[in-house]
Design a protein around this ligand. Sequence first.
Ligand code: HEM
Length: 152
Amino acid sequence: MRRTLGWGLLVVFVAMGLGACAGRDSAPASSMPSLYKRLGGREGIAIVVGDFTANMAADPRVNERFKGLKPAEVEKFKSTLADQICDATGGPCSYLGKDMKAAHEGMRITEAEWNATVENLVKALDKNNVDARSKQELLGALGPMKKDIVGQ
Ligand code: HEM
């Protein structure tokens, strides 16, 4: 009798454990990998950020903003931005940079500069064959930051 009860409890605990796992895995996004993964993880994001930064540096609509940065500062900027995107898309990174309002305060960034920046990001995503859905999701995650960046 005690033996039977013991096995019974074991079965219940195992079932509860499996249930807990199933609960976590069956969240709405379960069938699709995180945006972080679809972007190729931290490495894929770093490649997109590298291309984006090169696009920004070559774009006369925005490159004056970055011309004062030394090479080491550009590298720091790229790594901070990649961490931010990794963090915002479900990756295992922590963004430790300034909040967007503080980072862009006093710059008086215009709507036209914002649009040029989005264009440069889309160009970088296209170059790396990021699919349309993932592209939209990333732009959707960054869009709400506009109010803290433009006109500050
Ligand atoms: C969604 C859009 C944007 C995101 C996610 C973003 C993100 C960032 C991040 C993470 C930093 C570094 C913060 C830190 O050092 O702690 C930064 C700095 C900066 N951003 Fe943005 N930014 C955006 C839009 C823009 C736009 C539109 C411009 C102007 C064209 C701009 C110009 C700058 C400049 C000049 C810096 C300072 C770079 C430095 O001194 O190191 N950003 N941004």
